[in-house]
Design a protein around this ligand. Structure first.
Ligand code: PRP
Length: 192
């Protein structure tokens, strides 16, 4: 969907944040906790930890998280798409942009903004395992257990949230709301 159409402007205007799920303060506390857990888990590595963000949703969490990890690391990104501009996961996960670097024999941490049905992580984990990393762990800021379809193990988990449509702190609706510094529930109004 084009960002500059009248329809798009209305989509971002006619909806309301009805509830805060994760406040700004809780966001910061959660990121600090996860950074400390990750730092303690890896301790001393032979080579830098490779932290891989799944775009676009993880970009804000990733930027905050890496600043709380106190061991040497490098970052890379992969762009995926599963929802399009809707609110329901299509299950059709596409790789829009692949990694720049090889992960072979590296310690890899995959970073997501949210695990919802789990289909995205499940597909990416399978894809990454085929590339023979030395180790592979996953971290998500939000977890929605009630929506899970694919069975995945999350190694570093931020906040469990109910099965509601969340936006903010990287999560979008129709590409909007990603910049909110907290996570809220979006009640959809008219798109006309
Ligand atoms: C969102 C989110 C996760 C995925 C989680 O991505 O960033 O990648 O959905 O859902 P799942 O567990 O049901 O697979 P989306 O496809 O909306 O793209 P985005 O990262 O650009 O927001």
């Amino acid at each position: 969907m084009q960002l500059n159409t009248r329809k798009q402007q209305n989509i971002l205007k006619n909806h309301e944040i009805t509830k805060t799920l994760v406040s700004e303060e809780e966001v910061q506390n959660t990121v600090q906790r996860l950074g400390a857990e990750i730092t303690a888990h890896y301790g001393q590595l032979e080579r830098e930890l490779m932290v891989i963000g799944l775009l676009r949703g993880s970009f804000i969490f990733m930027a905050d998280l890496v600043r709380q990890i106190k061991i040497p690391l490098v970052v890379d990104f992969m762009t995926l798409s599963s929802y399009g501009d809707g609110t329901i996961s299509s299950g059709d996960v596409k790789v829009v942009m692949d990694l720049d670097s090889s992960i072979e024999d590296r310690d890899v941490l995959l970073v997501e903004d949210i695990v919802d049905t789990g289909r995205t992580f499940s597909k990416v984990i399978r894809m990454m395992r085929n590339r023979n990393p030395r180790s592979l762990k996953v971290c998500t800021f939000l977890n929605k257990p009630a929506a899970r379809i694919a069975d995945i193990k999350i190694d570093f988990c931020g906040v469990d949230i109910p099965n509601e449509f969340a936006v903010g702190y990287g999560l979008d609706y129709a590409q909007g709301y990603r910049h909110l510094p907290y996570v809220g529930v979006l009640q959809l109004g008219s798109d006309k």
